[in-house]
Design a binder for this molecule. Structure first.
Ligand code: ADP
Ligand code: MG
Length: 716
């Protein structure tokens, strides 16, 4: 009973603390309604807690004193002690500048002012020790410091201003309204005075000890008022760790709850269709990665919980057959399966690819897209409803209300990025029990990102290409080499190969891009004249039937060149095409370039990817091109992409919530992330309901996070 009493008193304290932290910012000393309004509008700071978690974006190191002889040409801000020996005004093109000669025991430098000279000149004293602070320039063989911060050196050593000074991000409006960095710092000081006794620990003691973390109150104090650089680093580590820990905890909990609550179809048997296909009709030997993933999927679907799995595999890694064999498992257990693709071309290709395999083992399969004729639709709808149709391949048409399954057991979604979550869940609703869901994507998501975004999704990876693939040779060529490039294309076509030439199509400049495409098409037609050469063209403004017609001609080999916008980006499979030319390659993102390159190298021939650009290249463009030429590893490319673009951009706005991290950065802090995830897992493995006494801080913090969602809004 004593123990219980102790527990409940701790809980009361936690509740008190969390209530206090939710106090509106208006009540803080030195704030008041006007400032509170500004803080809310400009920085989104509503409560004490928001202000407490409004971490500085930068610090100025004032712990160290430099001497002039130690100055480096590219140093950050430095602090020196010395005296002024001379002051003069120097005329320059516009107005004057004020220059003071500054000296310490090791050398001399200049202090320079371009504004407010008159006032400053009157303030400056000669031959007394000053502490100056600022950024130095190297010019004319000597150092100078424009507009230094200065103060007279105090006689008493104790008064020396040392430590790290925090800088808070601000806005023009805040500055103009007098909420300067100093005022901000003052408000946070008041906040600490008010909260002092209430800053409770939010992580278990054993974890703090084991990882030698700063305690919560120390970490918060040192993030705002760091005593030393070392303490600052430890405070940052602790707070990043905590932030990532609670995200991981939430994701893992969500997954656990999902597994225990969302019942799924139980696939108990591996039956005839699967075995027949595996024994007699497998078109090639499966790679080890394919076998491993199949096992993972099979295990998932045999648990009685609903599978929610992401299958990642680079372009050409052979995801389709894995998907197909998973569908066989569904069928062998008396269920139907569907495969949904983002475009008609892709759906069509999947259908063409799967049809012979289905025929071989006696399974009914049909295609349903937007352009399926009305009279063909009705029998498909009926066959789905009475269960005689076992596999349906299609586009969004599959989630129309008219489509009703008898018993959908597995839904496979290819290239998930194109489908919203809402569409996905629509598929779910087609049964009393939700079907298992397998999402296949060729856009490799770096592990770190997958962990933080899909911590609640299981992930399988095909990390091995089928044998016998030749590496694609990738080169970067400038536009003025076009003649040579064209000669190369002619050689390849002579050998019987086919060529893609792709133009960018970015929505914002659609009209311009469209003109580029047409100009390009014209000049290609001139360089590769009929009747010797036949050219297909496919772009977004064409009617679907025309697109399919042109695609078809290329697939059949009737045309040697396919000029296209990025519509061919996803999934199209023409093994005889061995050259991919990408025009204005500097305008494509890395993952898009990688996807496009994946269209070639599907046959036995040596394949090539030629990245054409102008000479004007940004640093990012250069990095992208160089990465493409260096590696074909989708995960490596995705990591570079993540670094260049930042996580929000990579995932699209929908999932950009992860950008709302307060202090951690999932790219830079990926080690901390893994660490935090390890502990979150470790703790939940032992204590899934967080009922252990030592986990009370976690339980209470978690509860508070769930209650005050406004601070945790990045978790959907
Ligand atoms: P993706 O993962 O890009 O969807 P696909 O499933 O379209 O890749 O497979 C790419 C090509 O590789 C296809 O022509 C497919 O038949 C072939 N393929 C897949 N797995 C193997 C394998 N284990 N051995 C040989 N070829 C394979
Ligand atoms: Mg595919």
């Amino acid at each position: 009973r004593v123990f219980e009493f102790h527990l409940s008193s701790i809980r009361i304290i936690f509740v008190l603390m969390n209530t206090k932290l939710q106090t509106p910012i208006d009540y803080l000393k030195g704030v008041g309604p006007h400032r509170a309004d500004l803080l809310r509008k400009e920085l989104g700071i509503q409560t004490y807690q928001d202000l407490l978690n409004f971490f500085p974006y930068r610090y100025i190191d004032r712990t160290r004193f430099y001497q002039i002889k130690d100055l480096q040409r590219h140093s950050a801000e430095v602090q020196l002690v010395g005296e002024i020996t001379e002051i003069k005004e120097v005329a320059q093109k516009r107005g004057k500048r004020l220059v003071a000669k500054f000296r310490d025991e090791t050398g001399t430098m200049e202090l320079v002012w371009f504004r407010g000279q008159k006032w400053i000149k009157n303030q400056l004293k000669l031959h007394v020790p000053y502490i100056i602070f600022g950024k130095t320039n190297w010019y004319n063989n000597s150092f100078s410091m424009p507009h230094p911060e200065m103060e007279l050196k105090p006689k008493d050593k104790k008064e020396l201003k040392t430590g790290m000074k925090a800088l808070y991000s601000s806005t023009e409006k805040l500055n103009n309204s007098g909420i300067t960095n100093k005022v901000m710092t003052g408000m946070i000081q008041h906040l600490f005075l008010e909260l002092k006794e209430l800053l409770f620990e939010t992580l278990p003691e054993y974890l703090i000890n084991k990882e030698a973390l700063l305690t919560k109150d120390k970490a918060l104090l040192n993030i705002h008022f760091p005593k030393t650089t070392d303490l600052l680093a430890r405070a940052q580590f602790r707070l990043k760790f905590e932030e990532l820990f609670y995200i991981q905890l939430q994701l893992i909990l969500k997954n656990l709850i999902h597994k225990s609550k969302i019942k799924g179809q139980l696939f108990e048997t591996v039956g005839d269709h699967f075995n027949a296909f595996y024994k007699s009709h497998l078109p090639f030997k499966l790679t080890n990665a394919q076998k491993r993933v199949l096992k993972e999927i099979r295990a998932d679907m045999g648990t009685g919980a609903q599978m929610n799995r992401l299958l990642q595999g680079d372009v050409g890694s052979g995801k389709t057959i894995v998907g197909f064999m998973s569908m066989l498992m569904a069928i062998d257990n008396g269920f139907q399966a569907c495969l949904m693709a983002p475009t008609e071309i892709l759906a069509n290709q999947h259908y063409q690819g799967l049809k012979p395999w289905c025929d071989a083992v006696g399974i009914h399969i049909k295609l349903l897209t937007g352009s399926t004729k009305k009279k063909d639709r009705t029998p498909i709808h009926n066959a789905l409803e009475d269960g005689s149709l076992q596999i349906i391949v299609g586009t969004h048409a599959l989630i129309e209300d008219a489509v009703v399954f008898k018993n959908l057991g597995l839904a496979i979604i290819d290239e998930q990025h194109r489908f919203g979550v809402a569409q996905r869940s629509k598929l779910w609703k087609k049964n009393s029990l939700p079907p298992h869901v397998l999402v296949m994507t060729a856009t490799p998501i770096p592990r770190t990102l997958a962990m933080s975004l899909y911590g609640d999704l299981d992930v399988s990876v095909i990390d091995e290409l089928p044998p016998g693939r030749q590496a694609i040779k990738t080169v970067h060529r400038f536009d003025n080499n076009r003649l040579k490039v064209n000669a190369f294309l002619r050689d390849e076509i002579k050998k019987g190969r086919q060529v893609y030439i792709v133009y960018p199509l970015i929505q914002e400049s659609e009209a311009l891009d469209y003109k580029d495409l047409m100009d390009g098409f014209e000049s290609i037609s001139r360089d590769f004249p009929k009747p010797h050469y036949q050219i297909s063209i496919v772009h977004g403004k064409m009617k679907a039937t025309d697109k399919d017609f042109e695609m078809e001609r290329f697939v059949k080999g009737e045309t040697q060149i396919m000029v296209a916008t990025t519509v061919i980006e996803v999934g199209v499979n023409v093994p005889n095409a061995s050259v991919m030319v990408i025009e204005s390659a500097e305008r494509f993102g890395l993952s898009q370039l990688h996807q496009l390159r994946g269209r070639v190298g599907r046959g036995a021939e040596q394949s090539y990817c030629i990245l054409m650009t102008s000479h004007k290249l940004s640093d990012h463009s250069k990095t992208r091109l160089e990465t493409m030429c260096r590696t074909a590893d989708g995960f490596e490319i995705a990591e570079v992409d993540l670094k260049l673009r930042g996580p929000g951009d990579l995932m699209g706005t929908q999932q950009s919530g992860i950008l709302n991290l307060k202090i951690a950065d999932i790219v830079k802090d990926k080690d901390i992330l893994e660490h935090a995830r390890y502990y979150a897992k470790f703790i939940l493995d032992k204590d899934p309901s967080l009922g252990f006494k030592e986990h009370l801080p976690i339980l209470e913090t978690y509860r508070a996070l769930m209650t005050y969602k406004n601070i945790w809004n990045y978790i959907s």
